[in-house]
Ligand binder design. Structure first.
Ligand SMILES: NC(=O)C1=CN([C@@H]2O[C@H](COP(=O)(O)OP(=O)(O)OC[C@H]3O[C@@H](n4cnc5c(N)ncnc54)[C@H](OP(=O)(O)O)[C@@H]3O)[C@@H](O)[C@H]2O)C=CC1
Ligand SMILES: N[C@@H](CC=O)C(=O)O
Length: 435
């Protein structure tokens, strides 16, 4: 029987593009059996035709001319794995307005321009699928949109950046140097083109904005995600965490509270016995709590060529099925609610606070008084490294509103005996394992 051929235009042949090409080649037979059509990459857009791609490519498949893809009526699906938003957004809008379904791995674009993208896809009856944009190979978007759709999702949180998890794992287990371990993550193809997005927490912020928007059915603007990266984490913090029974992870946390949405990304102390503590290297893990299903956890590789391409290829297959059945654009991505996003000052956590202080009598008492005045109660206090001139105070608070901690820190900075607030890191995961 003659099989239908669905032609694809691939935008980008870097880490993920190469993975998509390889999976479509290597798993051609099983993919064809599953969807009942043959998938064929007709053209690939790149910047340089001369670059060595490390894979065997059909002659003439590469192009630097977008129009050879968006203007080709034979191409039904455009797969965007270029990255960034400029010129990528224009390229994707051009593909959609030419009636092509789009599959993308681009969280920058989806988090920032989701609304215009979904409206355009709807207008032209096209699919816009983005499974690979969050947590690499973990099928979390489909899970939230379909498998858990009957729930009221209360909380989504987890490790959603592979690069920083790889780095923190190596820094913790092997004492590796920050710059060296970032270079390793780049060489493995985990990091963004500009790795500031990873270490600054912005990549995780984009991902948690996407997850929260889907989970809570409300559009969460990227600008409202409180974002802190891992650049301020020192070897001392890692050592203190270990001594106190914690590990440091970069978490994305989103909560659906009665008064609004809480959404934040920051380094976090989590207890060593917490399931997320064991998630190492490039692995990601996402917890979802629904009012019907209860607690669920999803685990897998969050970055890299084949894990990411696995998610892209699944989306391509879904788009192909929709094309064959004549229903592209049928399931959109609509946000019905308009809940406010809460300010970080309105969130609650426990805190690890490391202070450099003068090594003299009475300092601890005056520090404790300031915290007490702001209703911040201290769970533990350790004094370290006293030299006769300076010392370090390592404090863990009980759960308290962030604003109280910020107010106390402002007052502490006025004390002449407090030389520096060296670090403040939230502590999560001690209340029944939840963030
Ligand atoms: N790497 C990963 O693990 C993951 C990546 N992603 C996302 O996937 C996307 C791609 O990432 P990745 O594969 O790592 O990126 P790479 O930098 O490895 O590859 C980008 C590719 O796009 C091409 N390209 C970029 N800009 C243009 C342009 N203006 N015109 C034509 N071609 C262009 C490049 O061409 P040339 O080769 O000629 O320079 C290159 O082939 C990003 O959105 C990223 O955030 C998502 C999940 C995981
Ligand atoms: N740079 C990202 C790639 C996948 O999204 C990460 O490290 O998670």
């Amino acid at each position: 029987m003659e099989r239908q051929i669905i032609k694809i235009g691939l935008l980008g042949l870097g880490t993920v593009g190469r993975g998509v090409f390889r999976i479509l080649q290597e798993n051609r037979e099983s993919i064809q059996q599953r969807i009942g059509a043959r998938l064929e990459i007709k053209k690939i857009l790149v910047r340089s035709l001369a670059k060595d791609r490390g894979i065997e490519l059909p002659a003439g498949i590469l192009t630097t001319d977008l129009n050879e893809i968006t203007g080709d009526p034979e191409i039904k699906i455009v797969v965007e794995v270029l990255g960034g938003t400029n010129p990528t957004l224009d390229y994707v809008l051009a593909a959609l307005s030419n009636g092509k379904s789009v599959v993308t791995a681009n969280k920058d674009m989806v988090a920032e321009y989701g609304q215009v993208l979904f409206e355009t896809a709807k207008k032209y009856n096209c699919d816009l699928l983005f499974e690979a944009s969050v947590a690499g190979g973990i099928p979390i978007i489909r899970t939230l949109k379909q498998s858990l759709a009957g729930n009221r999702i209360e909380e989504v949180f987890g490790i959603i950046n592979g690069t920083t998890n790889y780095m923190l794992t190596k820094m913790t287990r092997e004492g590796s140097d920050f710059a060296q371990v970032l270079a390793e993550a780049q060489a493995k193809g985990y990091a963004e083109a500009d790795p500031t997005a990873d270490v600054g927490g912005f990549d995780a912020a984009r991902k948690i904005a996407i997850l929260a928007s889907i989970a809570f059915n409300t559009r969460v603007p990227l600008s409202k995600v409180h974002t802190e990266g891992i650049t301020g984490i020192t070897a001392d913090d890692i050592t203190f965490a270990n001594e106190l029974g914690y590990v440091i992870k970069l978490l994305g946390i989103a909560k659906n509270r009665p008064d609004g949405i809480e959404v934040r990304v920051h380094p976090t102390f989590i207890p060593k016995h917490h399931p997320l503590a064991a998630v190492g290297d490039v692995f990601n893990a996402v917890f979802v709590r629904g009012n019907a299903v209860g607690d669920t956890m999803f685990y897998g590789k969050g970055a890299g060529e084949l894990p990411t391409a696995s998610a892209v290829v699944a989306d391509i297959m879904d788009a192909a099925r929709d094309i064959m059945q004549g229903v592209p654009g049928f399931i959109g991505c609509t946000c019905f609610d308009h809940k406010p996003v809460l300010d970080i000052g309105e969130t609650f956590s426990k805190y690890y606070i490391r202070l450099k202080v003068a090594d003299k009598p009475g300092v601890l008492a005056s520090v404790a008084l300031i915290f007490g005045n702001k209703e911040v109660s201290l769970k533990s206090v350790i004094q370290k490294g006293a030299t006769g001139k300076t010392a370090e105070l390592v404090l863990i608070t009980h759960k308290v509103q962030e604003q109280n901690v910020q107010d106390a820190l402002m007052d502490l900075k006025q004390l002449s005996s407090v030389l520096e607030v060296a670090n403040v890191i939230r502590v999560e995961g001690e209340d029944n394992g939840h963030a």
